[in-house]
Design a protein around this ligand. Structure first.
Ligand code: IMP
Ligand code: MG
Length: 179
């Protein structure tokens, strides 16, 4: 498989941004214990880096969602079986990318049913001009143009998650074109 060469954000830039996000989160939460809930699978690398920069008590859990088949959107499925109890807890929801926003919007609605004390959300990336929901995440690492990006946990058909940087796939790399 050919590696995508159009690097959008370098590994160093990502680490700087994750540090800034962690500092902002610690400052705002002021030492209150957090339950960090990561949206699998795209957020695994971001989660691993972010929690190691959060100097505060926290628990970690995951929910699984999937909506993309390649770059085509299918129906959203949410599986919260692997999530710890969040009743009365301050939750930080972590995802890789905020595109239309439908995924996080629906996950927040799902988590709300478990009666947490608060839910805030952090994403590494936000695609400019794509949002279809009225809500935006509390913490955003980078705003990026509307391109299909891979690396640092993000995939195209389950490939490229292990790249340490973020790259944009060229239209020619995408079978069937952009979503
Ligand atoms: P949304 O519901 O449109 O905000 O999409 C969010 C989910 O779609 C993310 O959690 C990603 O899993 C996936 N996604 C959206 N854009 C991209 C992309 O450019 N590359 C890889 N995955 C993406
Ligand atoms: Mg995702």
């Amino acid at each position: 498989m050919l590696l995508p060469v159009k690097i959008l954000i370098t590994a160093e830039q990502i680490q700087q941004s994750v540090q800034q996000l962690a500092t902002a989160i610690c400052h705002r939460e002021q030492g209150r214990p957090l339950t960090v809930i990561a949206v699998m699978t795209g957020s695994i690398v971001f989660l691993a880096d972010l929690i190691r920069k959060l100097d505060m008590p926290l628990r970690v859990g995951v929910v699984q969602t999937s909506s993309y088949q390649g770059t085509r959107r299918g129906p959203l499925r949410i599986n919260s079986d692997m999530m710890p109890d969040i009743e009365g807890r301050d939750v930080l929801l972590v995802d890789d990318i905020f595109d239309t926003g439908n995924t996080l919007f629906e996950v927040v609605a799902e988590l709300d049913q478990f009666a947490p004390r608060s839910i805030r959300s952090a994403v590494l990336l936000l695609k400019q001009g794509k949002q279809e929901v009225s809500f935006i995440p509390d913490y955003v690492g980078f705003e990026i143009p509307d391109e299909f990006v891979v690396g640092y946990g993000l995939d195209y058909r389950d490939a490229y998650r292990n790249l340490p940087y973020l790259a944009a796939l060229e239209p020619a790399d995408l079978e069937g074109g952009m979503p």
